[in-house]
Design a protein around this ligand. Sequence first.
Ligand SMILES: [Zn+2]
Length: 318
Amino acid sequence: MTLLAKLMLATVATMAAGTVQAKTPAPVQDKPVNCDNCKEWNAPVKPFNVFGNTWYVGTAGLSAVLVTSPKGHILLDGALPQSAPLIIDNIKALGFRIEDVKVILNSHAHWDHAGGIAALQRASGATVMASASGALGLQSGTNGKDDPQYQANPVVHVAKVRKVSLVGEGDAVKVGPLTLTAHMTPGHTPGGTTWTWTSCEGDRCLDVVYADSLNPYASGDFRYTGKGKGGSPDISASFEASIAKVAALPCDIIIPVHPGTTDVLGKAARRSGTDNPLIDASACRAYAAEAGGLLAKRLAKERDEAAPLEAKAAVHAH
Ligand SMILES: [Zn+2]
């Protein structure tokens, strides 16, 4: 029997059984990233309610947040590629459906926060939205040369997100009754975005902040003060402005992209009937102050190192 005949027979048999042949479904998970912290970061966590319609659906070391409504949900971040099935399971465990996620937002396009987005997009059919620079990262599956953590070798690649819609400063993303606002907070990456919204329990409404990383962590010869070998511009002022912006946000609850930064999971576990340590109006100011301290230290070091070089250059000029 020829292969074609065999296939035709198989098709007839399937049709006779009254079943429809489905296309091979897209894989739930893309190729995982292996990193020193990946296993620890990706440890499963029981999902939980943060406040009102805000839910934590991430892993032990990487945040993912679901904001729900009867007209559809918004998901923030996808963690690692290997986190996507865990996030989908967490959404399901809370009684929601991944298919009802209409929009997926991103904090920044590093693989530990964006690696799972391609798979989550396929599973949900959601629109992925990010800043212009973030979109370049999501669509290329890696970071650009203007990224403080750009590494020529090795460059980490994750699954590319096919289509990304752009958001800018102050843009409101709406799904049904939900409104989430984008705040451009460049520094950790050029496209870093912090997101805010209001969640209510009865008459009590709180301001929730999904805070992007403000960690001045760079690789290679990158300099926030500019003049690195790559010729990058001085971004120290815009980074400082991002930190000031986060400090000034209306903020009752902060969820940073790494939950451990403000002990989100520990605070959630310590909640009691009378006490909720997740609610802390000073949390954004404290988060920003810590980042500001790190950045100041880093900038001082860079300026210190650059000073003798500039003095030498001045001598040569004469
Ligand atoms: Zn990062």
